[in-house]
Ligand binder design. Structure first.
Ligand code: NAD
Length: 491
């Protein structure tokens, strides 16, 4: 137990944890059991204002102009400290989300470490544009761009991969010299608070990283985005909230970086190695109980292998082990909350009314003991739905997919692109040329061939349409977190 977690999960402002206020607090719930694990102190407007003021002061006190090697050294120390406290981060993430401990150990916490190390490398190696300009009179001018930090940046993140997504923003933002006001999801406040301890121990000056807990509307989320002292917002969450945040900052014309929802397609061609494709597809539908923005919810399968894929995927779904998140053998945790389960079950009803055939799942499992107080749901697969049905058009964000047959490559591409979202796609084929062709034809930010969620953190990440604005990753992150000033010198 630390100052960050324990009975209270506290706000962190200007280098200190703030004394909590019982009258302004809410329960932190374990989604696996429904039991209360801690109280979370909800930030009010005055605390948000203190955080923004502290962030501004920290920028002026030298953080914005600190040498790059100091900032990158700090990022590397932060990575080392997360590794030293690895199991604490794992435990906090599992308690907040209910995700299997093996996933937190293999994906969430190692990715946080990698985020800090990668952006230390990226920023250390980053150059700047320069051009020698030929003038009409035979003389020359030198143009070069100097990148300055964006300023005080609001970082708003969701509950599905809380630490991974937070550090994906915090690492490049700090490396570029910004000061941050972080609003984690109300469902998963613990690791953002734990990270405050780590960053302070790594030597981050007071005021550079602040954490404010609370909800979205009429709470910390709104107070942060409405604050006139915010220079930009980097947001990961639903498309509806993203649109709301955009309207909030529009009068002050602040830049936004949005990673939003998805309705991602997989396309399976009949030349594929079925076993390999099934392994990848199962991972893409069911990882994190389907609560990854990149998860597949639409599987288009070439007709001649449709039955094989449908049977094989259903068998893999039935092989998933729902259970206590701390058990090493558990593959699948609960949904994040009862409220989210109501939403997912609503789509189960819609699918049934649209005439779907349920290949597997379709309900709420009985697990026995205290787990039945949690927000569990059965991994579910449908056939028989059409492109027009809402479960095929809208993001569900659960362990669920609709399988739809196709005949030709053109038809598959058209079906996959028939969506307002544009985040990710995966193509499963042994035909090399077709793999490239179809992957490039997807109107998405990330297109995988014969794999899914394989990331090189230097490559661009983001979405089109309802899935977002801008790209993160490698140098793309630096574009958002810095403002260039072009200097032109007549030679
Ligand atoms: P959400 O939009 O409900 O909440 C995200 C964050 O925004 C939370 O911290 C929330 O408190 C805050 N928020 C809510 N209303 C707000 C408001 N009016 N003003 C300011 N902040 C507000 O999303 P969620 O349910 O937490 O997360 C799931 C969604 O996130 C899914 O749609 C998923 O696809 C998306 N997501 C996208 C990516 C990506 O990289 N594209 C990654 C993960 C999740």
């Amino acid at each position: 137990m630390t100052a960050a977690t324990g009975r209270w999960i506290r706000n962190f402002v200007d280098g200190r944890f703030v004394e909590p206020d019982e009258d302004r607090s809410f329960d932190n719930i374990d989604p696996a059991t429904g039991q209360v694990t801690a109280r979370v102190h909800e930030a009010d407007r005055a605390l948000v204002d203190r955080a923004v003021t502290a962030a501004r002061r920290a920028l002026h006190d030298g953080w914005a102009t600190a040498p790059v090697r100091e900032r990158t050294a700090l990022l590397r120390r932060a990575a080392d400290l997360i590794e030293e406290r690895f199991e604490e981060f794992v435990a906090a993430e599992v308690a907040d989300t209910g995700k299997p401990v093996t996933q937190a150990r293999e994906l969430d916490v190692p990715r946080a470490v990698a985020n800090f190390r990668t952006f230390a490398d990226v920023v250390a190696a980053a150059g700047q544009e320069s051009f020698v300009t030929d003038l009409a009179d035979g003389r020359r001018a030198l143009n070069y761009a100097v990148r300055k930090p964006l300023g005080v940046v609001a970082v708003i993140v969701p509950w599905n991969l809380p630490l991974l997504l937070l550090t994906w923003k915090v690492a490049p933002a700090l490396a570029c010299g910004n000061a941050l006001v972080v609003k984690p999801s109300e469902e998963t406040p613990a690791t953002a608070a734990l990270l405050a301890e780590v960053l302070a121990d790594a030597g981050l000056p007071a005021g550079v990283y602040n954490v404010l807990h609370g909800f979205g509307g009429d709470s910390a989320g709104a107070y942060v985005t409405e604050h006139p002292g915010i220079d930009g917002v980097t947001f990961t969450g639903s498309s509806a909230t993203g649109s709301h945040v955009m309207r909030t900052v529009a009068p002050r014309v602040r830049p936004v970086s949005f990673e939003l929802g998805g309705k991602n397609a997989a396309i399976v061609f009949d030349d594929v190695d079925l076993d390999e494709a099934l392994g990848g597809l199962a991972r893409s539908v069911f990882t994190n109980t389907g609560q990854v923005c990149l998860c597949t919810e639409r599987v288009y399968v070439q007709r001649s292998v449709f039955a094989d894929i449908a049977d094989g995927l259903a068998e893999r779904a039935r092989g998933l082990r729902l259970g206590r998140p701390t058990d090493e053998g558990t593959t699948t945790g609960p949904l994040i909350s009862r409220k989210h389960r109501e939403k997912v079950l609503g789509y189960f009803d819609l699918a049934e009314r649209a005439g779907a055939k349920v290949l597997t799942g379709g309900g709420v499992p009985l697990l026995g003991d205290t787990l039945d107080g949690g927000s569990w749901i059965e991994p579910t697969l449908w056939t028989g739905l059409t492109q027009a049905d809402r479960p095929v058009r809208e993001e569900i964000f659960g362990p669920v997919a609709a399988l739809i047959p196709f005949d030709t490559e053109e038809e598959a591409v058209a079906l996959a692109n028939d969506t307002e979202y544009g985040l990710a796609a995966s193509v499963w084929t042994d035909d090399l040329r077709r793999g490239h062709r179809v992957a490039q034809a997807m109107n998405v930010g990330m297109s995988w061939v014969n794999t899914w969620f394989l990331r090189d953190l230097r490559s661009p990440f983001g979405g089109a349409g309802l899935s977002g604005i801008g790209r993160e990753g490698g140098e793309s992150s630096l574009h958002f977190y810095t403002e260039p000033t072009n200097v032109c010198v007549q030679l």
